[in-house]
Design a protein around this ligand. Structure first.
Ligand code: PFF
Ligand code: NA
Length: 448
């Protein structure tokens, strides 16, 4: 076994660590709530399993073929007269944008772990005031937890693939699964459980409209960490002889199951307290804390477990966002890993600080452009524009530019001829075309 490579299980946990994040536990439940439940979940699942999984397999394929940083991977796989495709590898720079808001939210989560232990808000009004005051006025506490998040992330990456990333994921991911299992077992016996199931799996067309489709498809990219070379980079450290198709499917299924379980947990608690599911981003930070308080002592334990699970999920994802840029600097610029990590972390830290400040009262007027503040702009630019572009380019590269023999030889032994043909069809036609339409709609060139 190569000494600086993931083991099979190490890779699965790390890739699942990347995929399972704020997208599953924070974003998926609230966008499901906002878009009417069941029918939204259906569109999301269809996208994840057709387009998302195909691109995921494509990223694992080229990463494991080359065992290099993303730019070198694409450069080496491109035919001699098309080496310029290597620039596609720079999609990892999208990560810088995501990193600017992702660790800010990790900071909020840290704050809410402490809050769950000390004093949860006793009602919804108080909970809202608490969160808004924290967000808008408590700059010091926010920066404190935000910095803490960055230290954990940068430290782990500086330790490298085996001693840092694999080790941390081997601990955090199983813990996350155990915590979610405990929460699920508890929520099954709540009054709101059956209503939660109904809400998530029965189609409700009222709140569902064309823009819900866009949200669902965009989220499929975000949730699987695809379209920005993250999965390529992790797969570069994959040990030989791993069944990459099986590993990919396992990760996609884990990501999906965890999103659904998180949804069931959150909606069961919400419905048991007779609250509305459509509370936007405040679902987790405003509605849930007040409900936890009203549940008494058990609620405190549930709150602590819930926010710890959220923190674990988010930290492992944030690490995977930073790693591709670090690996690029290490491989192509011969930078020592520590220097690479701290340079990238420093830039992302500074940008994130701006995003954090853009939420606060003191700075929001200076840091708002048009309808969005910096925090929202960074989110929008990355998931609505850059990730879909990265996805299209990658699908085109793998489907058309790269020698077909490479994908055929690597995939057919694991999936057979027929599934390989379906996979190739999705990479060449279904994925690029549908993502292109999605993107034009997102940036407002066409409107459904
Ligand atoms: N997949 C993560 C989530 O669902 O929260 C977010 C993410 C991680 C996106 C890593 C992109 C990435 F490269
Ligand atoms: Na996810």
């Amino acid at each position: 076994m190569h000494k600086n490579r993931f083991t099979r299980i190490g890779f699965i946990l790390a890739a699942a660590g990347s995929a399972v994040g704020l997208g599953n536990i924070w974003k998926f439940p609230y966008i499901t709530g906002e878009n009417g439940g069941g029918i939204f979940v259906l569109v999301y699942l269809a996208t994840v399993f057709f387009i998302g999984m195909s691109i995921f397999i494509g990223e694992v394929l080229i990463g494991s073929l080359q065992n290099k940083d993303a730019v070198s991977t694409i450069e080496n796989l491109a035919p001699t007269n098309k080496k310029y495709w290597k620039y596609t590898g720079f999609t990892f720079l999208t990560g810088i944008f995501i990193l600017t808001f992702y660790p800010v939210v990790i900071g909020w989560i840290f704050n809410y772990i402490v809050l769950s232990i000390n004093s949860l808000p006793s009602n919804f009004k108080e909970s809202e005031t608490l969160f808004m005051t924290f967000l808008k006025n408590d700059i010091f506490t926010q920066i404190f937890y935000y910095t803490l998040a960055f230290i954990v992330i940068a430290y782990t990456i500086s330790k490298g693939v085996k001693k840092g990333i694999e080790k941390l994921n081997n601990i955090l991911m199983p813990s996350l699964i155990i915590i979610l299992a405990i929460l699920l077992i508890y929520t099954v016996q709540l009054d709101g459980f059956s209503k939660a199931i109904e809400f998530m799996f029965y189609p409700n067309f009222e709140k569902f409209n064309s823009s819900s489709i866009i949200v669902a498809v965009g989220h499929a990219f975000f949730t699987l960490s695809i379209g920005m070379a993250t999965i390529i980079t992790y797969s570069a450290s994959l040990d030989k002889n791993v069944n990459i198709v099986k590993a990919s499917i396992t990760v996609v299924i884990m990501d999906t199951l965890i999103a659904i379980v998180a949804g069931i947990i959150i909606f069961s608690i919400i419905f048991t307290a007779s609250q509305e599911p459509s509370k936007g981003a405040g679902l987790v930070f405003i509605t849930l804390p007040a409900i936890f308080y009203q549940m008494g002592t058990i609620g405190i334990y549930l709150a602590i477990l819930f926010f710890i699970a959220l923190a674990f999920a988010a930290i492992t994802s944030a690490i995977s966002i930073l790693e591709p840029t670090v690996m690029y600097l290490v491989e192509r610029k011969n930078m020592p890993r520590k220097n690479a990590t701290y340079s990238v972390a420093f830039i992302a830290y500074a940008l994130g600080l701006l995003a954090l400040l853009s939420n606060t009262d003191s700075f929001s007027t200076n840091l708002t452009l048009g309808s969005k503040n910096l925090f929202d702009w960074f989110d929008f630019i990355s998931s609505a524009i850059l990730m879909p572009i990265g996805g299209i380019l990658l699908a085109i590269f793998i489907g058309y530019i790269m020698d077909k023999k490479l994908s055929k030889n690597a995939l057919v032994p694991f999936m057979g001829e027929t599934y390989y043909k379906i996979w190739l069809f999705i990479m060449r036609f279904v994925a690029p075309i549908s993502i292109f339409i999605l993107m034009l709609n997102e940036i407002g060139i066409i409107k459904f």
